[in-house]
Ligand binder design. Structure first.
Ligand SMILES: [Zn+2]
Length: 236
């Protein structure tokens, strides 16, 4: 029989399910949905189980954080014609061409980069990244406006927005009330961008990823787990 309990470890509340079975030792797992399960030998008291979970508090909290930091790794892009690049969750084939004026257009399945003079991967990359940045500015502001409307009812104010390349996370929230979003987020679907924004907005009220945090996130985005899973697929 599976039962529910919870302990506090420092300021972190750790809810978990536990059950008894014919095993020899107590075992604990943290799942990608951040739930925690404990399996204990028959006859193990709840106090012993609580002690066990408390001793693993640091590890549980670290594992929660790890599950949460989606590494936006990408296969090496060479910025040559024919390879695919993503924009808002869709794949586009890169097309390069010399022209009188430099431009990037997203048209009929192509990301079409026009370069003055010689076409080099370096120049193509530069033009494409500028294009991503311009679009990120518009799209992120638009998504932020939508998300903030929802967050207002929880008393969360409109934050400042910063866009930059980040190596190991999709976004962050500073205590100064500013959200930083990874430029690479412009490659994932809008609903996943919303997830990252709402997640960061929730940090205005709850700093750590304890149950209070997930409850708040769930109130603002009932399908957040689905979006989080989808986002993980785009981490490549
Ligand atoms: Zn977070």
């Amino acid at each position: 029989m599976v039962q529910k309990d919870s302990i506090t470890w420092g300021t972190v509340e750790i809810p978990y399910d536990y059950s008894h079975s014919r095993r020899q030792t107590v075992g604990i797992s943290v799942h990608p949905d951040l739930s925690v399960t404990v399996r204990a030998p028959h006859g193990t008291s709840l106090d012993t189980i609580r002690d066990f979970v408390r001793r693993r508090g640091a590890w549980i909290s670290k594992t929660w954080r790890d599950f949460e930091q989606f590494l936006p790794k990408q296969p090496e892009r060479r910025y040559i014609a024919g390879e695919t690049h993503r924009y808002l969750g869709r794949q586009y084939r890169l097309k390069t061409e010399t022209a009188e004026a430099e431009s990037v257009k997203c048209l009929r399945g192509y990301l079409w980069v026009k370069t003055k003079g010689e076409i080099t991967p370096e120049r193509t990359k530069e033009l494409l990244e500028n294009w991503y940045r311009q679009h990120a500015k518009v799209v992120y502001q638009e998504r932020l406006a939508v998300c903030v409307q929802r967050a207002h009812r929880e008393g969360i104010p409109t934050p400042g927005l910063l866009i930059r390349k980040m190596a190991s996370r999709w976004g962050s929230y500073s205590s100064a009330g500013r959200i930083t979003l990874n430029l690479a987020l412009i490659k994932v679907p809008k609903e996943c961008i919303d997830y990252v924004i709402i997640h960061e907005l929730c940090h205005h009220k709850v700093k750590h990823h304890g149950p209070k945090f997930w409850k708040l996130l769930h109130r603002l985005m009932p399908d957040f787990e689905e979006q989080r899973k989808k986002l993980n697929l785009y981490a490549e």
